[in-house]
Write a protein that binds this ligand. Structure first.
Ligand code: AQP
Length: 356
């Protein structure tokens, strides 16, 4: 699979440790248990988690502490956490070979996040577009946690000294902040290369899946319209209905990449098709150039049902066995702590904290 990493991994002193074991590095990535897991989360992140597990040592985290930066119903949160863990497993991640856990079970994330709150600068945080979008006009009334979110995300990654993070386009800015925090920590505390400068891994034709109702807006869990997204747990009928009602324009299918680029709704559907079929978007454009949207939508529905149906069914099966999912999360958390605890201890020493 092509690997569209934004920058070449310049002589990273953390890599030889993995290369000696035939691996490319260590991955950490997370998904929030905020309900309505959708096609964008799958194509932008979760599907890649499974594809990367052969080349990297992987930690995949259900980031429940990030989720509560906006209100979550406590009665629903544990079920939503199991749903995300089930999605990781259903997508094919090996929960025994790799580590699947939920963030709040590993307190070292929060402990390192406090140090990073003291390293990150207000000016850096003020530039974060996700905060601006999520806070909107209600800025005075959102949680302090929503503002500090990117420092916790940096801690999620660096508490394992992860070398790579697979994410969708929308998380690129937060990854850049993580890199800035690592560099500033290493400089301020005269600890050269202590934290790695983590590389983003951004893959494929659907790094930013857009809403089915508005091709200029990201597909998102919090969109009030369920018709804006395909949920991973949608059945074949729901998928068909959502694709049929997906917004298009009155013209035939685009006949070139330049034409598609000017038509965001069509471009989005083409990108989704390409990603699901593991094809280049240009090849899909060529195949459907000038045809009716109804033909294309029928083909897209069939493809989406074929590819997503088994994942959704396996998720449903796993969610009926919460004991199994909980065991994977507990074991994962223990293994994660075995990596995180010594890194935190070393960090505390570097910072000058007296320890027992
Ligand atoms: N539309 C998307 N296209 C491609 N990738 C996406 N991701 C999210 N939306 C898209 C990627 O999914 C991973 C997990 O995301 P998250 O749940 O932790 O956070 P998010 O980005 O806030 O997800 P949503 O769906 O957009 O939720 P709300 O509506 O709450 O804001 C990340 O790797 C992300 O890049």
């Amino acid at each position: 699979m092509p690997d569209v990493t934004t920058a070449a991994p310049a002589a990273n002193p953390h890599l030889p440790h993995y290369q000696a074991r035939g691996l490319k590095g260590r991955i950490l990535s997370g998904v929030q248990p905020t309900g309505n897991l959708h096609l964008g989360n799958y194509l932008g992140a979760i599907r890649n988690f499974a594809r990367l597990q052969h080349d990297y040592e992987c930690l995949y985290c259900v980031v429940d502490m990030h989720a509560i930066t906006v209100w979550q119903d406590p009665a629903a949160l544990s079920g939503q956490t199991r749903e995300i863990a089930s999605a990781f497993l259903a997508a094919g991640v090996d929960g025994h070979k790799h580590i699947i856990f939920n963030q709040s079970m590993v307190p070292e994330h929060a402990q390192l996040a406090w140090i990073f709150n003291c390293v990150a600068r207000l000016g850096w945080m003020n530039r974060m577009t996700q905060f601006k979008e999520k806070a909107g006009k209600d800025r005075e009334n959102v949680s302090l946690g929503l503002y500090a979110y990117p420092a916790l995300m940096a801690a999620d990654i660096l508490i394992y000294k992860a070398t790579h993070v697979p994410v969708g386009e929308d998380q690129k800015q937060h990854l850049e902040l993580t890199r800035d925090i690592a560099i500033k920590f290493n400089n301020d505390f005269k600890a050269p290369d202590f934290f790695p400068v983590t590389e983003p891994l951004i893959f494929g034709a659907a790094t930013r899946v857009m809403s089915l109702r508005d091709g200029t807006k990201k597909m998102s869990k919090s969109d009030p319209s369920d018709f804006s997204r395909i949920n991973l747990t949608d059945d074949a009928d729901a998928i068909a209905q959502k694709i049929r009602r997906a917004k298009t324009d009155p013209f035939p299918m685009p006949d070139s990449a330049a034409d598609a680029e000017k038509r965001p709704d069509a471009d989005n559907l083409l990108g989704i098709y390409a990603a699901l079929a593991d094809m280049e978007k240009d090849a899909v454009i060529l195949e459907y150039a000038g045809r009716q949207f109804s033909d294309f939508k029928a083909a897209l529905t069939e493809l989406a049902v074929t590819k997503l149906g088994p994942v959704g069914a396996e998720m449903q099966r796993l969610m009926k066995d919460p004991g199994h999912v909980d065991r994977i999360l507990h074991e994962g958390a223990e293994r994660a702590r075995a990596i995180a605890a010594p890194i935190l201890a070393e960090t505390y020493k570097i910072v000058g904290f007296l320890q027992p």
